[in-house]
Ligand binder design. Structure first.
Ligand code: NI
Length: 169
């Protein structure tokens, strides 16, 4: 297992569209292990492969308090979404320190492969439903700040670039 560097907004690589995983093999299991390690080390509740510059449809999530309930979603597809939508405050490991409101479906059903290549369907609501939708957006090259107004997004972009310059110096 290894920690992988996380891409930060506005890195253009965050906008690449991930391709489906052809086969859940040792290479993918090793990627999943690295993603879990990276997510836990960064104290995140979810991570998409896109965020570590791997453009394949793989997501890891853990919304448990105890940080011991990893969920692996490979080639996820939403098979149902609730009529109800709600605004929730979101953050992202690729946009550190920024939290803002995004509207999402209250509940979703997602069908995906696990790290053994088994297909399963998960019903999610609350924070898990939000997290699944946020991470699936990453696989489409979409970062949550893109839901905000252009003014807010530009402010965030400027702030992030400034932070990244300061870290380099
Ligand atoms: Ni994110």
């Amino acid at each position: 297992m290894a920690l992988r560097p996380i891409l930060c907004f506005p890195d253009p690589k965050l906008h690449k569209v991930a391709r489906p995983v052809q086969q859940v093999d040792e290479r993918i299991r090793s990627l999943v292990a690295d993603m879990l390690e990276t997510m836990y080390a960064a104290k995140g509740i979810g991570l998409a492969a896109t965020q570590i510059d791997v453009h394949e449809r793989v997501i890891v999530i853990d919304v448990s308090e105890e940080r011991n309930a990893p969920l692996v979603l490979i080639n996820p597809v939403l098979s149902w979404t609730s009529a109800e939508r709600h605004v929730n405050e979101e953050g992202c490991l690729s946009v550190p320190g920024i939290y803002d409101n995004v509207e999402r479906f209250d509940a979703v059903q997602v069908t995906a492969l696990d790290q053994d290549g088994q297909s399963r369907t998960i019903s999610a609501d609350g924070m898990l439903a939000v997290c699944i939708q946020h991470e699936m957006d990453h696989l489409l090259g979409k970062v949550f700040v893109e839901y905000l107004s252009p003014l807010k997004r530009n402010r965030i972009k400027t702030k992030m670039l400034k932070q990244q310059r300061e870290e380099r110096d």
